[in-house]
Design a protein around this ligand. Structure first.
Ligand SMILES: C[S@@+](CC[C@H](N)C(=O)[O-])C[C@H]1O[C@@H](n2cnc3c(N)ncnc32)[C@H](O)[C@@H]1O
Length: 338
């Protein structure tokens, strides 16, 4: 166990990042154009997206456990360090391989034409945003996340970040964005803010005619072997114990309840053995969760490692698969009544 430190004490990378170490060259003077001194997020609530840059308004307390960094208050229970950034980046590349696209909503022409405002909620290390901002230089991109795993330099001019806890609301005016992208986040906002509240917050931020796209895992494996089945089951039990429930099947209802139109759903059933990064992501996820799973079960650490190796072999042998789904829909245009 380690002590607690503020996020800023921990900011300088000690480890070199496997995929994109340049992302984490955060320079102190770029961080806080508005300071971290007890300012309330609401003080900045109505900032226009055109005049923010990388903005840090939270001074988070962190804790270090077994060499990994976590949020002190357990609001989010995955680590928030460079190793985790590596895992999320690898996962990003896995999704790009699987989907062969960055989004499904019908917005490509508009993004190319320019002037579109795009928000990525819970952007993590923000590879999706970095690449999108590069592909579509005439549109504007914004990332929001509770921790600053995203870059603060070496980024395209049309990309901004804001560090904020979305459970306090997302700090933008109504009807600011043409496209909102939320990947692998909804299950991780348990507690005081329900999925319904988060969803209506996302819809509040959408312009009429804007698109919302949610990408989620199902939290199930198909055709798993005994070791992988056991470990996955424990992982899901740990999640449930923390109030994290996969929400895939409740997403269509959220679109409907918020009166979004043109709703579509695209599913991919993905075999671990068919994608270069899928096995590695599986392995990294179970390494990340090792301590938490061990606390929750009676398996000893050596047995866990053995089961993990066996699981990877089983994923190939049994052709185990999982589901990933993109949901998207549009906020209706306003029609003038005569
Ligand atoms: C599983 S990661 C997904 C990251 C990214 N969307 C991706 O697909 O790589 C979930 C992200 O949500 C962020 N997050 C968790 N709780 C949050 C909160 N209350 N407010 C803002 N971001 C939060 C985490 O810091 C993390 O980056």
């Amino acid at each position: 166990m380690g002590g607690t430190q503020s996020y800023h004490q921990l900011k300088s990378p000690k480890k070199q990042n496997r995929i994109s170490r340049s992302l984490f060259n955060n320079s102190e003077n770029k961080i806080s154009s508005i300071g971290t001194d007890n300012k309330n997020i609401n003080d900045y609530y109505y900032k226009s997206i055109n005049n923010i840059s990388t903005t840090n308004i939270l001074d988070l307390n962190l804790k270090i456990i077994n060499g990994r960094t976590f949020l002190f208050n357990d609001d989010y229970f995955f680590p928030v360090d460079y190793e985790e950034a590596d895992r999320l980046q690898l996962q990003h590349y896995m999704y790009i391989q699987i989907w062969e696209s960055y989004f499904s909503s019908p917005i490509k022409t508009l993004l190319n034409l320019g002037g579109m405002n795009v928000l990525d909620v819970g952007c993590g290390p923000a590879l999706w945003l970095m690449e999108m901002a590069t592909f579509f230089p005439l549109s504007n991109f914004t990332g929001v996340d509770i921790v600053q795993l995203y870059p603060s330099d070496c980024m395209p001019n049309n990309l901004n970040f804001i560090q904020a806890n979305i459970l306090d609301g997302i700090p933008f005016e109504n009807e600011t964005f043409d496209f909102i992208h939320v990947k692998d986040c909804l299950p991780y906002f348990p507690g005081k803010f329900s999925k319904e509240q988060i969803f209506s917050e996302l819809v509040r931020l959408l312009k009429p005619g804007g698109w919302l796209e949610i990408i989620e895992l199902e939290g199930k494996m198909y055709d798993a072997g005994p070791n992988s089945d056991f470990l996955y089951d424990k992982l899901i039990a740990v999640y449930r114990n923390r109030g994290i429930n996969y929400v895939l099947e409740s997403v269509p209802q959220l679109f409907e309840e918020n009166n979004l139109v043109e709703f579509r759903r695209e599913d991919k059933i993905i075999k671990y053995c068919e994608f270069d990064f899928a096995l590695q992501v599986f392995l990294d996820t179970f390494k990340t969760m090792k301590k938490t799973i061990l606390e929750f079960t009676s398996i000893d650490p050596e047995k866990y490692e053995e089961m993990l190796v066996n699981s990877c072999q089983e994923l190939v042998k049994y052709q185990t698969s999982f589901r990933n789904t993109r949901f998207y829909g549009q906020k209706p245009l306003k029609f003038e009544t005569i």
